[in-house]
Design a protein. Structure first.
Length: 749
């Protein structure tokens, strides 16, 4: 379901396409991908090393031959590490002991009456007391359930020796240089980080059995010296055993507490889905109310423990991070380390830009084929624009970039790695691996035909630049009236512009531009008031606090419905005045189409027809946008706490959007509106189904969050195609008027 949803990535996350109605994101089958790669690989002895790899191997063995000096822990450091270890173990133990004590006491309270009734022969009363004891035991298990799970494992495609022999040599030599055990394997994915993780289970960290996961965009963007500094930082965590155990114990406990405090366990998610049903019976509502209070209690307890643990231990984590920074600086030098931090931020910023380009291309029916390389190219071409991130902590357990850069400046160390080569040289076939990882991300998201529609990042940039130029032409042609309001692109007998020629239309636009702009500003203000008034009325009807959702004190009018109706009449009058100008644009294009040559007429005819038919849907579109506003507010409000009343109100708004969405789809299906998709011509409804997937049969098959995401993407795709038609028509019309020496509109007059 929703097999080809938009490819959305986060700033520090991998390239993933998110399915809005899937129960959970489909993870990439890294194990199968790694086995497939290992089946094609050769024995290490049979791999022929290139001249470049041989030179790199010799270089690494030469510059990393000496062993780094291991700093012994002082008594103070040992005591501090023992303290944070104890805190990390005591905080969860307190929860366990408290739960066991409370429920053990309750169960023991039932033992005495049970034994007394059995001895007196009152078997019925004894059975009642036994049932109460069993009920307490069941609740005990419920409160102990969060103790299991809650850890995230990081994975990637296992790098074989023939994929990156120079990288394998680098990691081995660097591990030996720092005096740590070499990792069991190296994996690669599309994230913008380099991290170490347990090789098999959490306990393997304490046995020095770990793996390195390298983000391909980082590997292909950094210089060789910068990558060595990044790897040295990660490997340095394993140089001291007590420090390593304390560091990972703090991180594991913090991750476990946060996972439970944020309500990300499957049982809680299932509860939220059940609470979103419409017209719950009293018994079911009472049951869900009890379960919700239990989960809220658990989340509150774990939230308190997470905050307490973070305050008591994060200071030591930051010290350990600065210690590993010091070891990395001793290998590569202060300057290279500072450049490494700046480069990583540039890579993360470039990832956001590439994601935006890919999202635009996805709307056109294309996908990026070499994601990691595209991020690397974007990072190298962009200037450092991330100074504002320096004073922000990545997490409470890691110091900010500003602190790390100042620390590197204080050390003022010179490294012994003079090479300025790119780290991508460590890979034998960088482009092949980049394309492979990108396709794995698409396939995990359900985009099964990705190979047929992928294009290079250079081609996507060219298409995007051309689209931006077309958008600029459309803004000039339509007098900067390209908004979300759909123009009335159909002939109307009420407007006396049927005899206008192209020149007359242009003169009419010049004379009425100022007045039209005034009506447009008034209309937009009234629409904002209408949407706000509609949201207030829906929130009040659901008995939800208006100030919580609108983030301000709102004075509710006594006659809210009457005021809303008055605003609608006022906006309609402003809209009718603006539609007089819409008719001028219609007539201008209609007259020109009659006189164009066949090629130009064919280029503009499809866009002109689509605009006419799409304009007939503007009322349904306006209704859907209005109904989407309260649903969107409620969904965003759930991040501040889940309430049964809010979920019930969201279910009502979801049904409203569902009905309007179904009506709009029926109206679109009845009209021959066609769009381009991967160089093919398809119906608009088919295009939406390909991009968003087949909509479920019943609204109950979607949660309110799913409905909000689907509606938002639905409206964005329609708006994208609408502006595309306007651009196509504007380009042909501008070319026609220029060739016929028709004076264009001068915006400065």
């Amino acid at each position: 379901m929703f097999a080809n949803f938009a490819a959305k990535r986060h700033l520090t996350g991998p390239l993933r396409a998110v399915s809005p109605v899937a129960e959970s994101d489909n993870e990439i089958d890294w194990k199968a991908a790694s086995l497939e790669a290992s089946a094609l690989t050769s024995d290490k002895a049979d791999v022929l090393l290139s001249d470049n790899t041989q030179k790199l191997n010799a270089y690494f063995k030469k510059v990393l031959a000496a062993r780094a000096v291991k700093e012994p822990l002082t008594v103070k450091d040992s005591l501090q590490l023992a303290y944070v270890e104890a805190i990390s173990l005591i905080i969860p133990s307190i929860y366990i002991a408290f739960v066991l004590f409370i429920f053990s006491a309750l169960i023991m309270m039932f033992v005495e009456p049970t034994l007394r009734n059995v001895s007196q022969g009152h078997l019925l009363m004894a059975t009642v007391w036994i049932c109460l004891a069993l009920l307490c035991f069941g609740v005990l298990l419920l409160f102990l359930r969060p103790l299991f799970g809650g850890f995230r494992s990081y994975h990637g495609r296992t790098l074989q020796y023939e994929d990156a022999p120079a990288l394998m040599t680098l990691v081995e030599e660097l591990s030996e240089h720092l005096g740590v055990k070499a990792p069991k394997r190296i994996e690669i994915n599309n994230e913008t980080t380099v991290r170490v993780d347990a090789f098999s289970g959490i306990n393997s960290i304490y046995r020095d059995e770990y793996k390195i996961i390298i983000g391909a965009p980082v590997l292909m963007s950094l210089s060789l010296t910068q990558l060595v500094g990044l790897l040295a930082h990660e490997l340095a965590h394993f140089q001291n055993k007590q420090q390593k155990i304390a560091f990972y114990l703090m991180h594991h406990v913090s991750e476990w507490l946060y996972f439970r405090a944020s309500g990300q366990d499957k049982r809680h998610q299932l509860l939220l889905r059940r609470m979103q049903k419409q017209k719950l019976s009293l018994n079911e509502f009472s049951e869900l109310w009890v379960w919700q209070r239990i989960h809220l209690l658990q989340q509150g307890v774990f939230g308190f423990m997470f905050s307490l643990h973070r305050k008591l231990t994060s200071w030591k984590c930051r010290e350990i991070e600065l210690y590993t920074d010091r070891l990395a600086i001793s290998v590569v030098g202060s300057d290279a380390f500072k450049e490494m931090i700046e480069s990583i931020r540039s890579v993360q910023g470039a990832q956001k830009k590439v994601s935006e380009q890919n999202h635009w291309a996805w709307k056109e029916g294309f996908l990026l084929d070499d994601y990691a390389l595209a991020v690397a190219v974007e990072a190298k071409s962009s200037n450092n624009q991330h100074q504002y991130l320096r004073n922000k902590e990545v997490t409470r357990f890691c110091p900010s970039d500003e602190v790390r850069l100042a620390h590197a400046q204080e050390l003022n160390c010179k490294g012994n790695l003079p090479a300025k080569a790119s780290a991508s040289l460590l890979l034998e076939q960088a482009r092949k691996i980049s394309c492979e990882l990108t396709l794995l991300d698409y396939e995990s998201s359900g985009i099964l035909n990705a190979r047929q529609v992928v294009v290079s990042s250079q081609k996507i940039r060219q298409l995007k630049e051309r689209d931006d130029k077309v958008e600029g032409i459309a803004k000039r042609y339509f007098e900067c009236r390209l908004g979300e309001r759909v123009l009335n692109f159909s002939q109307s007998k009420e407007r006396d512009v049927t005899s206008f020629g192209v020149e007359d239309c242009i003169h009419y636009i010049r004379r009425n531009r100022v007045e039209d702009s005034k009506y447009l500003a008034v209309y937009q203000g009234q629409i904002n008031k209408i949407h706000k008034g509609y949201v207030i009325s829906r929130l009040l009807e659901a008995k939800l606090p208006v100030s919580k959702y609108l983030k301000e004190e709102v004075t509710v009018k006594g006659d809210g419905a009457g005021r809303l109706l008055k605003l609608r009449h006022q906006s309609q009058r402003s809209l009718q005045s603006m539609e007089a100008m819409d008719q001028v644009f219609y007539q201008r294009a209609h007259k020109a189409l009659m006189k164009m040559d066949e090629k130009s007429r064919l280029d503009a005819a499809d866009a002109f027809q689509n605009l006419e038919l799409y304009g007939q849907l503007r009322v349904s579109l306006a209704q859907l946008k209005e109904a989407f506003s309260p649903l969107n507010l409620i969904v965003h409000g759930l991040t501040h706490g889940v309430k049964a009343r809010a979920l019930q109100a969201g279910a009502v708004e979801k049904q409203s959007c569902w009905d309007l969405l179904g009506e709009l789809r029926v109206n679109m299906q009845a009209r021959s509106i066609y769009v381009g998709l991967s160089r093919k011509k398809v119906h608009l409804v088919t295009y939406l189904d390909v991009k968003l997937g087949q909509i479920p049969v019943e609204s109950s098959d979607m949660t309110i969050e799913d409905m909000a995401i689907y509606t938002d993407e639905f409206l964005k795709l329609l708006n994208f195609q609408y502006h595309k038609w306007l651009g196509q028509l504007a380009v042909v019309m501008t070319r026609y008027e220029k060739s016929n020496r028709i004076e264009p509109i001068n915006l400065l007059r």
